[in-house]
Design a protein around this ligand. Structure first.
Ligand code: ADP
Ligand code: MG
Length: 618
């Protein structure tokens, strides 16, 4: 029984809101929901037909647009009017795809610019967003037809490596199809969710998601901590998949019958027919040892052993990608807790076995690999709808929060992925004698220099009583409440002066922006570490110059002329080093200055101590 809610204010019936999960694939797309009774995710399909909608759009005469199985029939016979693999064009310019231009048998406009590509069909132009929106519209209609209720909200999945532009393009396609896209979710994350990985908040797990589809291969290494998914690395081949297996079978048959590829090309109908037979053979061999069929009176056959031989190089290529992904994540095969199989092509037993052998453990393949991503998207949608209270994927800080410290460094108070609500405090002090105010600048991001992060707010703590540098104790505290509102407070503990500011909730970032900031921090990690070290060395050097100068002014009478000269020289050398980019040089000069001042500093300390003792009896 589905629950019916009544709005008490208006007395109207409230339909329980449906949020669908959509896998917008390169080869196939599908839509799924959480079944209202069983609470289990299911892929939507009409009667006995497949849940898969081929991601193919056909433009017929008089402007008729068909999508899916119907459109797929025209792939070979009407290549100019039949668009496949539109996902490959999402967020791309012609330059981006020019190396693979021959892959597209329809017309992709080469305008020689960095602008987003368009596809020309007849005298009309379509953007990849338009093309994807046709597929999404078909999925929306399918869902509405099956569920008999309007469907306006969706979660859509994208590959983990999709950049900002590609994610935004996917969102826009959803909007164009009349869908409010609540979340863009990474495909490997969705697949893991479908296996229940990450739903148990306690467990920390490292997962490899192996996705071999029709024309693309992706391997992603994920880390799940407290229900939070982090992509450690991705690798793959954007032109490797089940289609290559089909082509290998076609070639094998041509060789056997002595027909050349050029000869076959002449006959489009035959090309189409033989490709479909090859795909049929491949699928048949996933469950059987031999395949035999007839095409135009000729016998076609292939054994599983022959097929495995044919695809051996292809499977090897995917292994190489797996190795790279592990290397990038800094992991060994034994560090992987679970391997999730995604994509129709992982049904091939040789693929499964090879991957299982490589990782040294059985793979997760109990969920239908064509549907697993969409099923996971439905689970994510259900979480967003607030139906699954066990998982609170939202209640974390997406990026680190901190303040600017000396030299423009980011000092993180609340690291990213921290639980909300949260409260953290840390003490800071002044850098200059008599400093009576302190600027508190609040930033969000993962980079070491605040200039690369995002400024959220800024305020001045004023009225700090005059004290020598380093004496005031300023406690800065960050408090994020359950609504995600951040309150930053600064208080000078000796005097009690304080000041606070409230930062707007949500921090105004889209998922894509957050993702981009994370990607940037990974991309720049090395140089950031180097910059931080340099800035820290400079700050240390500057502080040493200040204290040395103060010390000399106060104790000039106790220093020899030689010591004065030497100190001045070492100070000058340090001053110069600070202006240069070499952290080691700065450190060397700091040590040199310390070596010179240490002997007289100790001597002067002794004088101070003995004069303090004078006249005192112990
Ligand atoms: P994508 O994610 O790229 O849209 P899919 O995950 O839907 O692609 O995978 C489609 C590929 O899976 C096709 O090449 C199809 O032939 C292949 N495939 C589907 N079922 C089987 C099977 N039983 N055995 C082998 N390959 C299969
Ligand atoms: Mg896929």
């Amino acid at each position: 029984m589905a629950k019916i809610a009544i709005n008490i204010a208006t007395g109207s019936l409230q339909q329980p809101e449906i949020i669908v999960g959509i896998d917008l694939g390169t080869t196939n797309s599908l839509v799924s929901i959480i079944h209202p009774d069983t609470k289990k995710p299911i892929a939507l399909k009409e009667h006995d037909s497949s849940s898969l909608v081929p991601s193919v759009v056909h433009f017929g005469e008089a402007g008729a647009i068909t999508v899916g199985e119907e459109a797929k029939k025209y792939l070979i016979t009407e290549p100019h009017n039949t668009v496949f693999s539109a996902k490959r064009l999402m967020g791309k310019s012609y330059k981006d795809i020019s190396d693979n231009a021959s892959f597209f048998s329809y017309k992709v406009i080469d305008d020689g610019t960095d602008n987003l590509v368009k596809v020309q069909v007849g005298d009309k132009f379509y953007s990849p967003i338009d093309l994807s929106s046709f597929i999404l519209k078909e999925l929306k209609h399918r869902a509405e037809h099956i569920l008999k209720t309007p469907v306006n909200k969706a979660v859509i999945t994208v590959p983990a490596y999709f950049n900002d532009a590609q994610r935004q393009a996917t969102r826009d396609a959803g909007k164009l199809a009349g869908l409010d896209v609540l979340r863009i979710v990474n495909e490997p994350t969705a697949a893991s969710l479908a296996y229940g990985l990450g739903l148990n908040k306690e467990a920390e797990k490292t997962i490899a998601v192996y996705d071999l589809g029709g024309g693309t291969f992706d391997i992603s290494i994920l880390k799940i901590t407290n229900g939070i998914f982090e992509v450690l690395s991705t690798n793959g081949d954007t032109y490797l998949g089940g289609d290559d297996m089909d082509n290998a079978i076609v070639k094998y048959w041509l060789q056997q019958s002595g027909v050349s590829e050029d000869e076959l090309k002449q006959n489009k109908e035959l090309t189409q027919a033989i490709r479909l037979k090859a795909e049929e053979a491949k699928k048949h061999l996933s469950l059987n040892d031999t395949f035999t069929a007839e095409l135009n009176g000729d016998a076609l056959s292939i054994t599983r052993a022959d097929f495995e031989q044919l695809i051996h190089p292809l499977v090897d290529k995917t292994l190489a990608c797996c190795k790279n992904a592990l290397k990038d994540a800094g992991l060994k095969t034994s560090d992987i807790d679970a391997i999730v199989m995604v994509g129709g092509s992982t049904r091939v037993p040789a693929v499964k076995n090879t991957i299982s052998n490589f990782f040294g453990k059985p793979v997760n393949d109990s969920v239908n690999p064509d549907e697993v991503v969409a099923l996971g998207a439905a689970i994510q949608a259900d979480i967003l709808a607030g139906n699954n209270k066990d998982v609170l994927l939202l209640d974390i800080t997406p990026l680190s929060l901190g303040i600017e410290t000396a030299g423009g460094l980011m000092d993180v108070l609340i690291p990213r992925n921290s639980k909300i609500p949260n409260k953290v405090g840390r003490q800071y002090t002044t850098q200059v004698d008599g400093q009576d105010s302190m600027r508190i600048s609040v930033y969000q991001g993962e980079r070491d220099l605040v200039q690369h992060n995002r400024k959220l707010a800024e305020f001045n703590l004023t009225g700090i009583p005059g004290m020598p540098a380093g004496m005031p104790k300023v406690e800065v505290s960050f408090l994020i409440n359950a609504d995600g509102i951040l309150v930053v407070k600064a208080k000078e503990l000796r005097s009690g002066v304080e000041q606070s500011i409230e930062v707007k909730s949500q921090y105004g970032l889209t998922d894509a922006e957050v993702e981009q900031m994370l990607m940037d921090s990974i991309a720049h990690a090395k140089e950031d570490i180097a910059t931080r070290a340099l800035v820290e060395a400079r700050t240390e050097g500057e502080q040493l110059l200040q204290t040395t100068e103060r010390f000399i002014q106060k104790n000039a009478a106790h220093l020899t002329k030689e010591e004065m000269m030497e100190t001045a020289g070492a100070m000058q050398a340090l001053q110069l080093a600070i202006t240069m980019e070499d952290k080691n040089l700065i450190q060397t000069k700091i040590e040199a200055l310390n070596d010179i001042s240490r002997p007289y500093a100790e001597r002067i300390m002794d004088i101070a101590v003995s004069s303090a003792m004078k006249g005192k009896t112990i």
